[in-house]
Design a binder for this molecule. Structure first.
Ligand code: MN
Length: 254
């Protein structure tokens, strides 16, 4: 039996989190440390300018008045009190985290924080905007957790899983994918408030995507579960040579 730390960005009362916990409970001891309210799209932010509180809601269930990243840190260093988790799972998010969504996602960031600490970490998202059916995603998460515990792979584990909103029998299988390319069309809306002042609203419309071969977006559209291995090192290896040639390192020479 492994020890699994679970968090999310939809908040501790989200059905997606409940479905994930129910599934992972068959695999190991599950400890939930999750935001006390929705924190979607907060990315990898840390709360550093006010105190944080942990509220125990039940056995192994803790709400934090902070971000998903705060939850992982408080979970690992305070709630678990010296016990090191075998896995971190984040989700199940209500909505996909595909392509460029990854850089905004609180769900993925919780897994990134786990991976940064050296803990095998998985983010799970359900690709839909309504009528969420968590069963397939929960089933896959359970199987994946079992396999990761039984046969831990070599090297760091940071997986971004996106599951189509389909019954299990309609899912075509599992695909290893790469991060796709989102197109957010005109995603800032300008309106006028009752006092005549302008205000702005970010996002809202369903974003499009550009065709990228073997992408996460493409796989989910075609009915596959998408698994993208991510890394924390954002260095653009390919660009190194280009910048060298461009003369970056001669920048201080007369
Ligand atoms: Mn969310």
């Amino acid at each position: 039996m492994g020890l699994i730390l679970v968090s999310n960005d939809d908040g501790i009362h989200s059905e997606g989190l409940h479905a994930l916990v129910d599934a992972l409970q068959h695999v190991g001891e599950v400890v939930v440390v999750a935001p006390d309210r929705e924190q979607s799209a907060v990315s990898h932010s840390l709360t550093m300018h006010r105190p944080l509180r942990i509220r125990k809601l039940a056995k192994n269930r803790y709400a934090v008045d902070g971000t998903p990243t705060d939850c992982i840190l408080l979970g690992v260093y305070r709630v678990l009190q010296g016990r090191w988790p075998d896995l971190v799972f984040s989700g199940i998010n209500k909505g996909g985290n595909l392509g460029d969504d990854i850089s905004y996602s609180g769900t993925v960031s919780a897994a990134m924080e786990g991976a940064r600490l050296g803990i095998p970490s998985v983010a799970v998202s359900l690709v839909s905007r309504s009528q969420f059916r968590f069963k397939t995603a929960a089933h896959f998460a359970r199987g994946l957790a079992e396999r990761l515990l039984k046969r831990p792979p070599e090297g760091p584990v940071l997986l971004n899983v996106n599951v189509p909103n389909l019954p299990l029998e309609d899912v075509r299988g599992v695909r290893l994918t790469r991060q796709g390319k989102r197109v957010y069309n005109g995603s800032v809306v300008e309106k006028v408030d009752p006092r005549g002042e302008k205000y702005y609203w970010i996002g809202g419309e369903e974003p499009g995507f550009r065709n990228v071969k073997d992408s996460d977006i493409q796989a989910v559209l075609e009915g596959w579960i998408s698994v993208t291995p991510l890394r924390l090192d954002l260095t653009d290896e390919e660009a190194m040579g280009r910048w060298k040639e461009w003369g970056m390192q001669e920048g201080l020479e007369g």
